[in-house]
Ligand binder design. Structure first.
Ligand code: ZN
Length: 122
């Protein structure tokens, strides 16, 4: 991948990282919010639900931030855009849609099949 493209993906990743960090702060804030000791069973359960959703989102954001950091490391290493499994270059459209992608579509499918993970529909 040439320097200009690497720079493009680096900026994309940095922007995603900034966004993810912001979301993480918001989710963490939401998770801590409303911890005022008011006892109302109905409200409590809704709040607990919100809090646990916020915690789930926060942990997803931290996972994403880790993946972005790994992708940024690969840009430094010069291995960015290559499949970690077979070494083939990843499709650029795929990278544009998911700059943290580590595998090409073929290997991704093989790995998910091996792990028995369904591709998330979200
Ligand atoms: Zn591959």
């Amino acid at each position: 991948m040439d320097k200009q493209k690497l720079e493009y993906f680096r900026n994309l990743l940095l922007e995603q990282r900034r966004q993810a960090t912001e979301d993480l702060m918001n989710d963490r804030g939401a998770a801590l919010e409303g911890d005022d000791g008011v006892e109302d069973s109905g409200e409590m359960s809704e709040r607990d639900l919100n809090r646990s959703t916020a915690l789930t989102l926060a942990s997803r954001q931290s996972q994403l931030i880790r993946e972005i950091d790994e992708a940024l490391d690969r840009i430094e290493d010069g291995t960015y855009g290559l499949c970690l499994r077979c070494g083939k270059p990843l499709d650029e459209e795929r990278l544009k849609a998911m700059p943290t992608a580590k595998y090409d579509a073929e290997c991704q499918a093989a790995i998910e099949a091996a792990q028995g993970i369904e591709t998330p529909t979200l």
